[in-house]
Ligand binder design. Sequence first.
Ligand code: MG
Length: 158
Amino acid sequence: MRTGIGFDTHRLVDNRKLILGGVEIAHPQGLLGHSDADVLTHAIMDALLGAIADGDIGQHFPDTDPQWAGADSLLLLKAVTERLRSKGWRIGNIDATVLAERPKLMPHIPAMREKLAQAMAIDVDAVSVKATTVEGLGAIGRREGISTMAVATVLPLA
Ligand code: MG
C-alpha cells in the first residue's frame, strides 16, 4: 500500500460558480481558476498522483493549455484514476478536509462523496469528505478563498 498527500487553494471571486467535489453550491462567490477550480477534486488528484510518485496536476493538466479552460475537474479525476490503473494501481480510500469559512458545506457532503466515488469508480464508503471553518483566522477566515487537504491510499492491482 502507498499513501499520497494533496493540498490546493483557490481564491473566491464574484461571477464564478462554486463547485466542490463536482457539486455546484449556491453562493454569492465562486472559485477562480483555469478549470472549474474545484479545489476539493484538485487536492484529491494531487494525493493520488503523489501516492504513485507521478508528479502533480499542474504537470498533467497545465493551466497554460487551453484544452483545460473551464474543464470539469471530475473528468480530470477520471483521467487520473485511469492513469493509476494503467500503471498497475487501484485506489484504496480517500480522506479530504475542505477549509472554508462559508458557505456551510455539511448539507452538500453526501452529494460530493457520491460524485467523487463515481469518478474514481470506488465505493462511496471509501471516500471521506469533511469540512471545517478556520475560526475566522487568516485569508480563509476572511473568506478570500477555500483550501483543501487530502490523503489517498493506493494498492497494487491484483
Ligand atoms: Mg487547483
